[in-house]
Design a protein around this ligand. Structure first.
Ligand SMILES: Nc1nc2c(c(=O)[nH]1)N[C@H]1C(S)=C(S)[C@@H](COP(=O)(O)O)O[C@H]1N2
Ligand SMILES: [Mo]
Length: 240
């Protein structure tokens, strides 16, 4: 996994400095109580409780990655339980809410301004196939630092535009290789693979990797529904 240096492009200088603060430089400007993304960035380094500090800052064991020559472009089979939703990336907003101090609504433009992480990992589906894939996107722990999970947060729900849902333990959501991906094999994420935004992580089975994620909700207890396949008898933790 490696972080690609942010591309300031046409961003105003102040904005770029705010966003680059996410990677730890700390050139941050204060927030003022709005739920807009721009106002939240400055609150990134508020102190968290110790358990969350450990999860966020003590590196969890990274999964070894593959070299670019190992990518298997044709091996990733599209696996969708129903209709493929077609979301407009220009109006798309990801909501992050629940047991957090700073609920957030964030656009694709803003997500692309955050540090881009690229990784080459193996995707494993329980139906008996696997594929080495490159994913590019925003680390979920970076988004978690923005929303500031409360002490009470234990689990994370992912809601998808096709009606799919998943729940994860907080530690797995905070793993450094858990991404909200918008690129696949160096290209924009195709719609059938979850555009504009999907989960990608080397530590969970394929059915945990929700596509078309529209909402991330932190909770203190699992709800009766723990996920689309889990409700049909599949393992909840589903670790690799
Ligand atoms: N929203 C949504 N996400 C989903 C699914 C789905 O049906 N809907 N299928 C899951 C399963 S079983 C797998 S193996 C992967 C497949 O991802 P791909 O279609 O990009 O290969 O997506 C997962 N995420
Ligand atoms: Mo799967």
């Amino acid at each position: 996994m490696h972080q690609i240096t942010g591309q300031p492009g046409s961003l105003p200088r102040r904005r770029f400095l705010q966003l680059s603060g996410l990677s730890g430089i700390g050139l941050l400007l204060g927030g003022c109580g709005s739920t807009l993304f721009a106002e939240k960035v400055g609150e990134t380094f508020e102190p968290l409780n110790q358990r969350l500090e450990i999860l966020l800052f003590k590196p969890q064991t990274p999964v070894p990655e593959f070299s670019p020559s190992a990518i298997e472009p044709d091996a990733l089979l599209v696996n969708t339980f129903g209709e493929t939703p077609r979301l407009n990336p220009a109006t798309f907003r990801l909501i992050i809410d629940g047991e957090v101090n700073n609920p957030l609504t964030i656009s694709m433009v803003e997500l692309r301004q955050m540090p881009l992480t690229s990784m080459i990992i193996r995707h494993v589906c329980v139906e008996g196939w696997a594929a080495v894939v490159q994913w590019g996107g925003v680390r979920l722990p970076d988004l978690m630092r923005l929303v500031q999970p409360k002490n009470s947060a234990r689990y994370v729900y992912f809601e998808s535009a096709d009606g799919y849902s998943e729940s994860w333990d907080l530690a797995s959501a905070l793993h450094p290789q858990t991404l909200m991906a918008y690129q696949k094999n160096g290209q924009p994420l195709p719609v059938e693979n979850g555009a504009p935004l999907r989960l990608a992580s080397p530590i969970k089975l394929g059915y945990k990797q929700s596509k078309w994620v529209t909402r991330i909700t932190l909770v203190n207890e699992l709800m009766p529904s723990r996920g689309y396949w889990e409700d049909r008898g599949y393992d909840w933790y589903a670790g690799l």
